[in-house]
Design a protein around this ligand. Structure first.
Ligand code: GLP
Length: 277
């Protein structure tokens, strides 16, 4: 849990940049929506300062509205161009966003999954969360084993996303999205959520049962998921104090791991590892 949305953006960008610094050829899974905007802003800043280069990175976006072309200002492809791709040294041939105008979605979705597999799979997947607990556009009721496919949007999601359009009538009712099963195959997942309107979904997916009604709850099965929340989004968590305690322990372990090794005393030996759910 972090103090503010700005801190969530900063920390998320640091984790993404660390992934790229460790492996310049890595594959990133990217998300759209209002929440990751700050993270992308931070990544652009880090790139401009010379702290990170994306020249060998491959990216796959989670989803796209069906019926919107790549140059439509509300399409997710356009969003990614304006908010990240145009400002860093990503190779546009390696930036993949699902096609909102594919003719045959069955074969298109299979080819998107094939491409993802051929690229080596996602090293780090960035996720936001919908107010109904969806990840990507995996609305309530989506199979937790689902793959990339078309998905009808719920009225709640259409209402939530209407703020990006001139009127609610303009919001597409259909999207193409990576499935929950596709997302769970990422080696590491980073979910970010900010603001009080996410507090209910956050509590449900972290502390509720694993259910297709809250597709983010499937992340409880993933061995390497990091969740970054601001205070407002974390507000309804029942075991908040315990999570903060675990965070402190984690920091201590990390600090101890950086201390110079004291081989002569068993007490001084570094303890490696992490506290995990
Ligand atoms: C859309 C996207 C999701 C995103 C969600 C939340 O539905 N498909 O990937 O997580 O919006 O968006 P915001 O960050 O604007 O609340």
């Amino acid at each position: 849990m972090l103090d503010s949305a700005e801190e969530v953006s900063r920390r998320a960008a640091e984790l993404i940049a660390e992934t790229v610094q460790r492996n310049p050829d890595c594959v990133l899974g990217l998300a759209t929506g209002g929440t990751p905007l700050g993270t992308y802003g931070e990544l652009i800043r880090m790139y401009r300062e010379g702290a990170v280069s994306f020249s060998r990175v491959t990216t796959f976006n989670l989803d796209e509205y069906v019926g919107l072309s790549a140059d439509h200002p509300q399409s997710y492809r356009y969003f990614m161009g304006v908010n990240l791709f145009q400002h860093v040294d990503l190779d546009s041939n390696r930036c993949h966003v699902p096609d909102g105008l594919a003719e045959d979605y069955d074969s298109y979705c299979t080819s998107y999954e094939d491409l993802l597999r051929k690229s080596g799979g996602i090293d780090l997947q960035l996720l936001g969360i919908g107010t109904d607990g969806h990840i990507g556009f995996n609305e309530p009721g989506s199979s937790l084993g689902s793959r990339t496919r078309l998905k009808g949007l719920t009225e709640q999601t259409v209402r939530d996303n209407a703020r990006f359009f001139d009127s609610i009538e303009q919001v597409p009712r259909l999207a193409v999205t990576m499935g929950v099963g596709t997302i769970l195959e990422a080696r590491r997942i980073l979910l970010i959520a900010t603001g009080s309107n996410k507090a209910g979904a956050v509590r449900s997916f972290i502390e509720g049962p694993i259910t297709s009604q809250i597709t983010a709850s499937a992340l409880q099965l993933h061995p390497a998921t990091t969740v970054l929340l601001d205070r407002a989004a974390a507000d309804w968590l029942q075991r908040k104090e315990y999570y903060q305690h675990v965070e402190r322990l984690q920091r201590e372990i990390e600090l101890r791991a950086r201390e110079p090794e004291n081989a002569s005393s068993p007490k001084g030996r570094r303890r490696k590892g992490s506290t995990q759910k």
